[in-house]
Design a protein around this ligand. Structure first.
Ligand code: FES
Length: 103
């Protein structure tokens, strides 16, 4: 299977700890910068699909704005039941731009 990377945003557009929604190939993806790391995850809650961009971020935990489900942004797992998770994507910075691996 060939890898497909999509350009999403300028690196400078990502502010520390501020979720940044993007739509590579129409997919709802949320970029989050934490220190030197960039995390990319599905911008749709595993519960009822609320966008997570308006969620509250504490450390590596993102809380859904709708019914407070909490997810670890490093692996997408729902903290109260790790068998549930939102999709995560590999992210990489190249030439000042953030790329997300879609496949
Ligand atoms: S939609 Fe996210 S907790 Fe309900």
């Amino acid at each position: 299977m060939t890898e497909e990377w999509a350009e999403t945003a300028a690196q400078d557009a990502l502010k520390e700890g501020v979720p940044h929604p993007v739509f590579p190939k129409g997919l709802p993806v949320l970029l989050i910068r934490r220190g030197a790391e960039i995390y990319a995850l599905e911008n749709r809650c595993a519960h009822m699909g609320c966008p997570l961009a308006a969620g509250k971020l504490e450390g590596h935990v993102l809380q859904c704005p709708c019914h407070d489900w909490r997810f670890d942004i490093r692996d997408g797992k729902f903290l109260d039941a790790p068998e549930l998770a939102i999709k995560t994507y590999a992210a990489e910075i190249k030439d000042g731009k953030v790329f997300v691996r879609l496949s």
